[in-house]
Ligand binder design. Structure first.
Ligand SMILES: [Zn+2]
Length: 385
């Protein structure tokens, strides 16, 4: 099967983030079996979904992991001109389909290159690492990376995450975490506002505190010019469940806020500062009403930033693999930071344009798929030397 045929198969599985990926995982496993590859699965604790990893080549240190996610984002409400789950050649050099670009195109390149990898005398091993639930918070990659570390006796050194980057090596990625904060209030007649605790008012203080926290970080020089915007952003996007009537002190409020950190900032420490402010606010209000409480939970796991130094070997190698030497950074979340945290030199580089991802009529250019295959050939050459 060539890369286009494989991509067509992969696109036909409408596995969304959060859903079971058993169907597409089974197809990939059958493909690996057909080629005599022994693979491992890393199942979800309770649900029917799994990551897959395998090694091609000798069990020696210094290998390269090729990583991709098998899930895609929904198509609901998007004006697609073609069936999103049927790969359609537009006759204009573009192949349309959900996931064609983000990021089944890269997985198709890996699988299409498998016979070449097997027929080459690899001196260094290559690994496939295919995850699930990336689109709903990069949930599977930490367990996948950990399993790769513990399963193999040898130590893989590098991880290349094939997110669409137009084959540009991406050395930096912002981290992301989303929180939901809920507050209660004492209710009561609005005329008694000086004696009651209003959930809306206290939530408003917290939301403004978050905005000021972002400004403080910027003022104190937390700037990384490689990113756009060049600072950590903190933003409250949803305010819900608050108030029942204009003349009743609101007894409940909740809001979601997201934090997108540059590598030097940590979502965790921003959360700690926020929690300290919450505790102070609780103490103050409990003199009026002793049951006042502010609760914050993670609504999207903390996905770490990626910050790979330009001097790292994986950067030099990826320049050779991809044929592009202009390095870039991205502001979206990806699994690269998680692989880096697991101890692998990590980088993002893959076929297709992130501009096409998550949209109606998502496509990948055939030219990009070919460039992806050229990268695979260069990777095989490197691994054979
Ligand atoms: Zn992706």
């Amino acid at each position: 099967m060539d890369v286009k045929e494989i991509l067509a198969q992969l696109v036909s599985f409408s596995v969304l983030g959060g859903q079971s990926n058993a169907s597409i995982a089974e197809w990939i496993e059958k493909y690996l079996e057909k080629h005599g590859v022994v693979y491992q699965t890393v199942p979800h604790a309770t649900e029917n979904k799994r990551s897959i990893h395998c090694r091609i080549g000798p069990p020696v240190d210094g290998g390269l992991i090729l990583s991709g996610h098998t899930d895609v984002v929904p198509v609901e409400g998007q004006p697609w001109k073609t069936d999103p789950f049927v790969l359609t050649d537009g006759g204009n050099g573009k192949l349309y389909g959900r996931g064609s670009c983000d990021m089944k195109g890269f997985i198709a390149c890996c699988l299409a290159a498998l016979p070449t990898m097997q027929s080459s005398a690899l001196q260094k091993p290559l690994y496939f690492a295919f995850s699930y639930d990336e689109e709903v918070g990069c949930r599977a990659a930490p367990a996948l990376a950990a399993d790769i570390k513990s399963h193999y006796e040898e130590s893989p050194k590098y991880a290349l995450i094939g997110e669409p980057s137009m084959m540009q090596p991406i050395v930096g990625q912002k981290g992301i975490v989303i929180y939901k904060t809920s507050l209660n209030g004492s209710a009561g007649h609005s005329s008694r506002i000086r004696q009651e605790v209003s959930a809306i008012s206290e939530a408003a203080r917290l939301i403004l505190w978050l905005e000021e926290k972002m400004d403080d970080l910027i003022q104190s020089g937390h700037i990384d010019k490689r990113f756009d915007p060049p600072h950590t952003s903190i933003h409250s996007g949803v305010f819900e469940h608050s108030g029942i009537a204009p003349n009743v002190v609101s007894d409940h409020a909740s809001f979601y806020w997201d934090v997108r950190v540059i590598p030097q900032d940590k979502g965790k420490s921003i959360r700690e500062d926020f929690d300290a402010y919450c505790r102070a606010l609780e103490e103050k209000n409990r003199t009026k009403w002793d049951q006042f409480e502010i609760k914050t939970v993670e609504a999207h796991p903390d996905v770490p930033a990626l910050d790979t130094s330009e001097e790292t070997e994986i950067v030099e190698l990826t320049k050779i693999f991809s044929g592009r030497s202009d390095l870039g950074t991205v502001s979206y979340a990806a699994e690269a930071g998680q692989f880096a945290e697991a101890g692998f030199q990590s980088i993002i580089c893959g076929p297709g344009d992130i501009m096409q991802a998550h949209r109606a009529d998502e496509f990948i250019e055939i030219d990009q798929l070919e460039k992806g295959m050229e990268m695979m050939n260069r990777i095989v050459k490197w691994a054979s030397s």
